[in-house]
Design a protein around this ligand. Structure first.
Ligand code: EPU
Length: 416
């Protein structure tokens, strides 16, 4: 299993470019099921999760090719409606084929994703929504089997805003009969991006990003020719890298509007951030000042940045309270940060982080994607050598991260 070794304590400087967003590319790839023809998707990051989605779509009968950051999906035929356990256990986002398969073929059989390293993560809201649209759903032997001759538009209220739930229902509704109104939907930029992709295919969608989405069903959709948005979590991760090393980093090809909550929080710790449009300049302070943070659905502070922000707070001046409101078990990085000398105690959903003067390198283990990223951030800020084990988690979501960090002067290498 690959490991990453970091010699930390180096001030990072220079320029990097942000890759396409994993969590935008995955639903857009699934949306190709809704068309019949050759779909072209641009700015797709080269990641393990993208390959998993490509292989799943190929398993369903689509042609899948990847050339650099372009993905080509031939959706002329769909000859299987089953997403087996092997795919879903590798990547929960496999569940994104449920809505489009049902809309296109009237059937879908998808293995139920179980809990994972960050929480129970049920999909009851995806199921509730499809049932409301007239699908007959059976749960058995770890599978969800859905059937619907024709999905029908209706009003669906989500108790909790769910990102992939909103995406699944939005895709299902594009080919349904009549109008579907989704209420209390997730507002993440990835939702807006999927809506834009679907609109480019001929879908009639209004309100994505507002919390209420109206979709008028159409009879067919044309194939995709679409470029996905930059990754806001990769952007935020590099912002914390600049912050923890007291460095000066220019971040290109990002979308500054998508990282406002992260930028505001970092500014209040003393990080200087300037720029607009697609470029940001980030200057880290000598030592950050502690700040509390609570994760919230967009436009609040994203749960996917909680661990990286905590890494920064471990060396802050003062104590910060970090509250995780989205997932019930997203503090797996805490025990690892303690190995580096961090002073953190967990009480329920809140981590109390007492800033220490400096972290010291140590061997640590990655437990999920964002926890891995936070250990990279912490390792870059720590003095001495940090070795991060199980970095395959990192390869699911960060394109060429060592290469990008090396460009900034980081002493980082992969041990195979
Ligand atoms: N929830 C339910 N029932 C449902 C669906 C969700 O109770 O049917 C709950 C979840 O358990 C959680 C909350 O609602 O407590 C929000 O979960 P959501 O459904 O929004 O999460 P997701 O769609 O499974 C996506 C991202 C995650 C990101 C979350 C929150 C993708 C592929 N994944 O997950 O990304 O953390 O939204 O923003 O878009 C990551 O990239 O590292 C990652 C985990």
């Amino acid at each position: 299993m690959d490991k990453i070794e970091i010699e930390g304590g180096v001030m990072l400087e220079g320029e990097i470019s942000i890759s396409g967003a994993k969590n935008a590319a995955l639903p857009v790839m699934a949306a190709s099921i809704l068309s019949s023809g050759e779909n072209r998707i641009f700015n797709v990051p080269d990641l393990r999760d993208i390959m998993t989605m490509g292989k799943l779509l190929a398993h369903l009968g689509l042609g899948f090719h990847k050339e650099g950051n372009e993905v080509i999906l031939d959706s002329n035929t769909v000859d299987s409606v089953e997403a087996p356990y092997d795919f879903v256990k590798t990547m929960r986002a496999s569940v994104l084929v449920l809505g489009p398969l049902l809309a296109r073929t009237g059937r879908a059989k998808v293995s139920l994703p179980g809990g994972c390293a960050i929480g129970a993560r049920p999909i009851n809201l995806h199921i509730m929504g499809l049932e409301k649209m007239g699908a007959e759903i059976k749960l058995y032997e770890g599978y969800i089997e859905a059937r619907a001759e024709k999905l029908k538009g209706t009003k669906i209220y989500f108790d909790i805003p769910t990102v992939t739930g909103t995406e699944n229902l939005m895709m299902a509704a594009t080919l349904a009969e009549g109008e579907t109104v989704l209420e209390n939907t997730a507002c993440e930029p990835e939702i807006v991006d999927l809506a834009n992709a679907l609109i480019s295919m001929g879908a009639d969608i209004q309100g994505a990003g507002t919390g209420e989405i109206k979709i008028k069903g159409v009879s067919s959709l044309r194939p995709l020719n679409y470029k996905v948005i930059p990754d806001r979590i990769e952007t935020g991760t590099f912002m914390t890298v600049a912050a923890i090393t007291g460095g000066h980093i220019t971040i290109r090809e990002c979308n500054t509007e998508h990282v406002e909550a992260i930028a505001n929080k970092l500014r209040s710790t003393g990080v200087k951030i300037s720029g607009d449009g697609d470029s940001l300049s980030v200057d880290g302070p000598d030592r950050p000042v502690s700040q509390d943070v609570r994760t919230m659905p967009h436009p609040g502070f994203p749960t996917d940045m909680q661990a990286q922000f905590m890494a920064l707070m471990t060396i802050a001046d003062g104590t910060s309270l970090i509250t995780e409101n989205i997932f019930e078990n997203r503090f797996m990085h805490v025990a690892e940060m303690k190995r580096l000398g961090a002073d953190i105690t967990i009480e329920g959903a809140t981590a109390k982080v007492k800033g220490v003067k400096s972290l010291k390198g140590a061997p640590v283990m990655a437990t999920d994607l964002r926890a891995s990223a936070s250990l990279i951030v912490a390792g870059l800020g720590a003095y001495g050598t940090t070795i991060i084990d199980r970095v395959y988690h990192l390869d699911r979501g960060y394109e060429r991260i060592e290469e990008k960090l090396k460009l900034l002067g980081a002493r980082i290498r992969r041990i195979r």
